[in-house]
Design a protein around this ligand. Structure first.
Ligand code: SF4
Length: 234
């Protein structure tokens, strides 16, 4: 599997686990506010490619962390685009580590196999907007029916999961938040993330506005009508 980077240790990204993070290059979405354009745009990925980490190097690193790490987080970009993602997850599991997959949910067939074959111990899926707005936000390759399928897969699965949404004033008016809340009926955990201005994928996102702390709390309360556990992630 292509590995564009490794974070050797995190206490925050895999609930109740000490983990490392593996980043995969490439994404099928083009969210204007994306903070990782270097992992998304093909021309930027090409520049970084000489620095990619061979899989053998990663597994040697992992072997040396047997006593220090509980798990491995696989994130992107969009990891489900990697044709050998499932093999990679299996190798990590065979070494005795727990696995967490971060996904945008656009490839439910891959997610289903990862769940059915016991290759993931935790999944975090982005819910970026209402189904009607998905292509406006994430670009033409976003497939609203695939997103809906992934959401339902995770709701029904015994594998622990969370949904997470980065919300901001320009993209999330009340009508969109209302549709998102309906989409998430039956979800157990939703993390709301405040948009942070900074490096972004598209110039127009430089002028986007985050919600205030007070507005974030009001929106969290709104979602609590449909999702029991709503947490604002700073
Ligand atoms: S799904 Fe959107 S925010 Fe996530 S890596 Fe892809 S373009 Fe960036």
């Amino acid at each position: 599997m292509l590995i564009s980077g490794i974070q050797p240790c995190t206490f925050l990204d895999f609930p109740e686990k000490t983990a490392c993070i593996v980043f995969t290059p490439g994404c099928n979405f083009r969210c204007a506010y994306c903070h990782n354009p270097e992992f998304v745009l093909p021309e930027r990925i090409k520049e970084l490619r000489p620095g990619f980490i061979p899989e053998e190097t990663f597994f040697r690193f992992l072997d040396r962390r047997q006593d220090l790490l509980d798990g491995v987080v696989v994130t992107g970009g969009e990891p489900t685009l990697m044709p050998d993602l499932l093999d990679f997850l299996r190798k990590v599991k065979d070494k005795g580590f727990k696995t967490k997959l971060d996904t945008n949910g656009n490839r439910p067939a891959v997610l289903r196999r990862a769940l059915d074959e016991g290759l993931v111990d935790y999944v975090a899926m982005d819910v970026k907007t209402s189904l009607a707005e998905y292509q406006n936000l994430a670009g033409p390759l976003a497939d609203p029916s695939a997103i809906a399928e992934s959401i339902e897969l995770l709701k029904a699965s015994a594998v622990p999961s969370e949904f997470r949404s980065t919300i901001l004033q320009e993209l999330h008016p009340p009508s969109v938040l209302d549709d998102m809340a309906k989409l998430l009926v039956g979800a157990k955990i939703l993390y709301l993330q405040k948009f942070r201005p900074g490096v972004v994928l598209k110039p127009e996102a430089s002028s986007y506005h985050p919600f205030s702390d007070r507005e974030m709390m009001q929106i969290a309360d709104f979602f609590r009508a449909t999702v029991p556990n709503v947490i604002i992630r700073s």
